[in-house]
Ligand binder design. Structure first.
Ligand SMILES: *[C@@H]1O[C@H](CO)[C@@H](O)[C@H](O)[C@H]1NC(C)=O
Ligand SMILES: *[C@@H]1O[C@H](CO)[C@@H](O)[C@H](O)[C@H]1NC(C)=O
Length: 607
C-alpha cells in the first residue's frame, strides 16, 4: 500500500493492537488450568497406552510413538530443570532514572541514542543472583539441546507428516481458524492443516468434525503427549504457540495465526528458494530492537563494538556510506544502535503471525524458543523487548535461531496496512485493520539483485553520503522498487479488526452510530488481485454463526446464552454481508485500475 503513514498513527494503531493482544491473553486464559480426563478423539485414540493406535485402523494419524513420548518427557523435564530462580523484583525497580525507553519505528532517524548500548543497558540491570541464575539455566538448556537427536530417522518417528499448515484454535480462535482454513483452500492449497486445541478448550468435537471436510484436523495435547506429562502440565497462553509447533505432526510447516488470511497458495512456499536456502522464514514488525545487552551476555554471545555491520535493516550498503568510522568504542556504545554491531540480531523486530520452518534443520530453534516462552513472562520477554510494543513470544523464534547460529531469512520489506480513514464523526484518523505481509520469494530475489548490484559497485555505494537517510535511501528507494513487477503479498494478518462479530459489534467497529456499515479495506489494493476478501469472509461468518445450520463451537455456544445479544450480533453480521454485497461491484471495478490514483469505496455516512 502506497499510503504514507504518519508516525503518530502507527503508534496509535500499535497501542491499540497491543492492548487488544494483552486483553486477548487475559480473556483467553483466565480460567485456571485444569487437569482433564483423557477421553476419546474422533472415537479413536485411547492415549493411555502408547501402542493403542495399532488396534485402531481408522485412526487418522499415528500420533504418539515411544520415540515421541520419550522426546516430550525429556523436553519437559529439561525445561523444568533449567528454570531460573523466581523473580522478586519489578522491572521498574531495576531501571536507571536516565533510561529512555519506548518504541522506535523501523525507519526513524534521530533516535539512535535510544537504541544504543548505553541506553539499553541503563534500562535493565539484573540483580547479580538473578543474572547468574538465568545464565546457568540458559547454559544448561543449551547443553541439553546439544544432546537432542535430530537425525532424519529420529524425526520421522516423532513427526509423521512431511508438510502442512499449523494454527492454534480454541475459543474465538476456532471461529477464526475456520475462516483461515477456508482462505487456504480458496487459494488452491491442498496440504493438510492441523489446528492445535489448548487443553483448557477441549473438547471442540463438532468444530473438529466440521473441518475434516477441508483436510484439516484438530490436535489435542493428549493426542501427542504422554498421560503422565499431561497430569502436571499447566499450559499458559504464551506457551501455546511454541508447544503447538512442536506437537504438530509436520516436519516442515507454515504457521499461520488463526486471524491471518493467506492470499496465495501456501503449498508453493515449501519449494521457494528462500525456504530451501534457510530452513526458516519469518516476517518483520515495524519496530526496532530493544533487547537488553545483558541477554547477549548471559547467552554468551559477544557483541563487537568495533564492528558496525549495518544500519537498521540496511545490511547491503558498505558501512562507510553512512558512518565515517571515526568513533571510539565508547562513542559507538553511546550513539550507535547496538543492534548494528556484529554479534547482535538484526533489526527490525519480528511479527510472528506467520512463519515457515523445517524441523529437520531447525528443531533446536523451536526448543530454545519454547524455553524462552516458558520463562518469558518471568524474564525473557522483558529482556528481549523491554516493555515496548508487541512484547511477547514474537522475538523468541528469531532470537533462538540467532543464539544457535541457525540460518533464517526475515523478509526485508516491511508490511503495508490494509486500512481505512475512519469516517466517523470526530475521528477521521488512519486506522490499520490488517497487516499485508509480502511474498518472501520475491523479496529474496529482489534482495539478491540489490546485493549483487551493490557488491559490484563498492566505490559508488561506499562513499560517505551526507544525505543517506535510512527511510528515504534504504526503505523507500532501495527496497521500494526492485524490478518492474509490483510487490506481491502473501498474508493479510487481520490482527486489528479480527473477523469476530462479537468483538466488532461490542466495540462498535466498522459501523456508523446509526448502524450503517463501512468497509475495513475500502481502497483498491494490488494485494487482493480483484478478490473481495471481506465479502468472502463475512459470508462464511454469517453461515457458520448465524444461519439455520451453524457450525457448533464452544465460543459461539457460550455467546448464544445471551439471546438478545446474539440476535444483535447476527443482525450486525447480516447487515455487514448486505453492505459488502451492495458495494461489491464498485469495489472490484477499482481493482484492475492501472493508474496510481487511489480508488476507494466511499465509506462516508449516507453512501
Ligand atoms: C506430578 O506432580 C505431583 C505433585 O507435585 C508429583 O508427585 C508427581 O510425581 C508428578 N508427576 C510427574 C509425572 O511428574
Ligand atoms: C448479492 O446478493 C444477491 C442476492 O442474494 C446475490 O444474487 C448476488 O450474487 C450477491 N452478489 C455477490 C457479489 O455476492
Amino acid at each position: 500500500m502506497g499510503i504514507y503513514r504518519p508516525r503518530a498513527a502507527i503508534r496509535r494503531l500499535f497501542l491499540v493492537v497491543l492492548i487488544v493482544v494483552v486483553l486477548n491473553v487475559t480473556v483467553f486464559f483466565h480460567e485456571p488450568t485444569k487437569n482433564y480426563i483423557v477421553d476419546t478423539y474422533h472415537g479413536a485414540l485411547d492415549t493411555s497406552r502408547p501402542d493403542s493406535q495399532s488396534s485402531l485402523p481408522s485412526a487418522p494419524k499415528l500420533d504418539r510413538t515411544d520415540a515421541s513420548d520419550e522426546f516430550f518427557k525429556t523436553l519437559f523435564a529439561q525445561l523444568e530443570g533449567a528454570a531460573p530462580m523466581k523473580r522478586e523484583f519489578g522491572w521498574g525497580d531495576i531501571k536507571a532514572k536516565e533510561c529512555d525507553m519506548g518504541d522506535v519505528g523501523f525507519d526513524s532517524n534521530g533516535r539512535d541514542e535510544r537504541l544504543s548500548y548505553d541506553n539499553l543497558a541503563k534500562c535493565l540491570q539484573l540483580p547479580e543472583s538473578n543474572y547468574n541464575s538465568l545464565k546457568n539455566g540458559h547454559e544448561k538448556f543449551v547443553k541439553y539441546l546439544s544432546t537432542v537427536d535430530t537425525s532424519a530417522s529420529q524425526l520421522e518417528q516423532i513427526y509423521a507428516t512431511k508438510r502442512g499448515i499449523v494454527t492454534v484454535g480454541g475459543r474465538r480462535y476456532s471461529l477464526l481458524s475456520y475462516l483461515m482454513i477456508n482462505m487456504v483452500r480458496r487459494s488452491g492449497s491442498k496440504l493438510p492443516i492441523e489446528v492445535v486445541i489448548p487443553p483448557d478448550d477441549e473438547p471442540e468435537t463438532e468444530f473438529c468434525e466440521s473441518i475434516l471436510q477441508f483436510n484439516a484436523r484438530c490436535i489435542y495435547f493428549k493426542d501427542r503427549l504422554p498421560t503422565s506429562l499431561l497430569a502436571n502440565l499447566s499450559v499458559k497462553s504464551y506457551q501455546v504457540k511454541g508447544i503447538a509447533l512442536l506437537l504438530s505432526s509436520f516436519q516442515e510447516f507454515v504457521l499461520i495465526d488463526s486471524d491471518n488470511m493467506p492470499l496465495k497458495n501456501i503449498d508453493e512456499v515449501f519449494d521457494y528458494n528462500v525456504f530451501r536456502d534457510h530452513g526458516m522464514v519469518i516476517w518483520p514488525d515495524i519496530w526496532r530492537r530493544m533487547t537488553s545487552p545483558q541477554f547477549y551476555q548471559l547467552a554468551e554471545v559477544p557483541i563487537d563494538f568495533t564492528k558496525r555491520v549495518r544500519n537498521a535493516g540496511d545490511e547491503l550498503s558498505p558501512v562507510s556510506r553512512y558512518d565515517k568510522l571515526e568513533n571510539t568504542v565508547s562513542e559507538n556504545k553511546a550513539k550507535v544502535p547496538m543492534h548494528d554491531f556484529l554479534g547482535t540480531l538484526p533489526d527490525p523486530t519480528t511479527e510472528s503471525g506467520q512463519m515457515i520452518v523445517n524441523k529437520k534443520t531447525h528443531l533446536k530453534m523451536l526448543l530454545l524458543a519454547l524455553y524462552y516462552n516458558q520463562y518469558g513472562p518471568e524474564y525473557y520477554y522483558q529482556l528481549f523487548s523491554q516493555g515496548t510494543s508487541g512484547q511477547g513470544d514474537k522475538e523468541t523464534f528469531a532470537m533462538a535461531a540467532h543464539i544457535l547460529k541457525e540460518p533464517f531469512y526475515q523478509v526485508k520489506k516491511t508490511f503495508g496496512f490494509a486500512a481505512y480513514m475512519d469516517p466517523r464523526e470526530g475521528k477521521s484518523e488512519f486506522q490499520g485493520a490488517g497487516l499485508l505481509q509480502h511474498d518472501p520469494e520475491q523479496d529474496y530475489r529482489y534482495w539478491n539483485i540489490l546485493k549483487t548490484e551493490i557488491e559490484g559497485q563498492q566505490e559508488k555505494y561506499g562513499t560517505f553520503d551526507e544525505d543517506y537517510h535510512i527511510k528515504k535511501t534504504f526503505y523507500d528507494k532501495m527496497l521500494g522498487k526492485v524490478g518492474d513487477q509490483p510487490r506481491e503479498h502473501l498474508f493479510l494478518h487481520a490482527s486489528y479488526h479480527k473477523y469476530d462479530p462479537w468483538n466488532l459489534y461490542n466495540e462498535k467497529n466498522l459501523m456508523h452510530s446509526d448502524g450503517k456499515q463501512f468497509r475495513a479495506y475500502p481502497c483498491s489494493s494490488t494485494a487482493f488481485k480483484g478478490f473481495d476478501v471481506e465479502l468472502f469472509l463475512w459470508e462464511i461468518v454469517n453461515k457458520i454463526v448465524c444461519s439455520e445450520n451453524p457450525v457448533k463451537m464452544a465460543y459461539i455456544d457460550k455467546l448464544k446464552e445471551d439471546t438478545d445479544k446474539f440476535k444483535a450480533v447476527c443482525q450486525f453480521t447480516k447487515d455487514r454481508v448486505n453492505h459488502l454485497n451492495e458495494t461489491h461491484d464498485e469495489y472490484v471495478s477499482y481493482m484492475g485500475a492501472t493508474s496510481n490514483e487511489k480508488h476507494c469505496v466511499d465509506i462516508k455516512r449516507g453512501h
